[in-house]
Design a protein around this ligand. Structure first.
Ligand code: PNS
Length: 159
């Protein structure tokens, strides 16, 4: 069984994340979405809320599951017998950080490899931070997140 982990903060999950999830799910037997539970990042959504949104938007994908993790990503991957970490690359700006992360993880745990999927052009600019910025000014979000996620964001801002 070929298991992969797609880790991230997903605060909240965007259409860019969903694009990576759909494509990675086709390449693996089981894709585990690992939601980082780290209060020091001061997320807008609790880990339970983030998991709920991801479960909703991935409910049609039978080989995708969603879990939270704390601590090191490679420890989580080892515990789940996952040999692959999936990350999305949007632009060259992502590359330095992503390479550092991948190389650190491979140094700690050589049996787990990171693969990068290039983000679809439609979402190459998109991030959770951009979504939150637009939401804070009550801008339209339908091009950036699923309707269910948009509803949850609106509730957060009381609108
Ligand atoms: O979506 P993000 O916030 O860019 O995801 C970053 C994430 C969750 C992949 C990264 O912060 C992570 O793996 N954190 C867990 C701690 C860890 O293992 N760090 C890497 C070695 S320094």
């Amino acid at each position: 069984m070929n298991t992969a982990i797609y880790p991230g903060s997903f605060d909240p999950v965007t259409l860019g994340h969903q694009d990576i999830i759909c494509r990675a799910a086709k390449m693996t037997d089981h894709l585990i979405i690992g939601v980082l539970n780290n209060s020091s990042k001061r997320p807008l959504f609790t880990v339970e809320e983030r998991i709920d949104m991801i479960r909703e938007v991935t409910k049609e994908l039978p080989n995708v599951s969603v879990e939270s993790f704390g601590g090191l990503l490679v420890d989580f991957a080892r515990e789940r017998n996952a040999g692959i970490i999936v990350r999305g690359l949007r632009a060259i700006a992502d590359f330095e950080y992503e390479l550092q992360l991948a190389q650190t993880n491979r140094t700690i745990c050589p049996e787990i490899d990171t693969i990068f999927l290039s983000t679809s052009l439609d979402y190459s600019f998109l991030s959770s931070s951009i979504v939150k910025e637009i939401a804070s000014y009550h801008g339209a979000l339908d091009q950036f997140v699923a309707p269910y996620v948009e509803e949850k964001i609106r509730k957060k801002w009381g609108k």
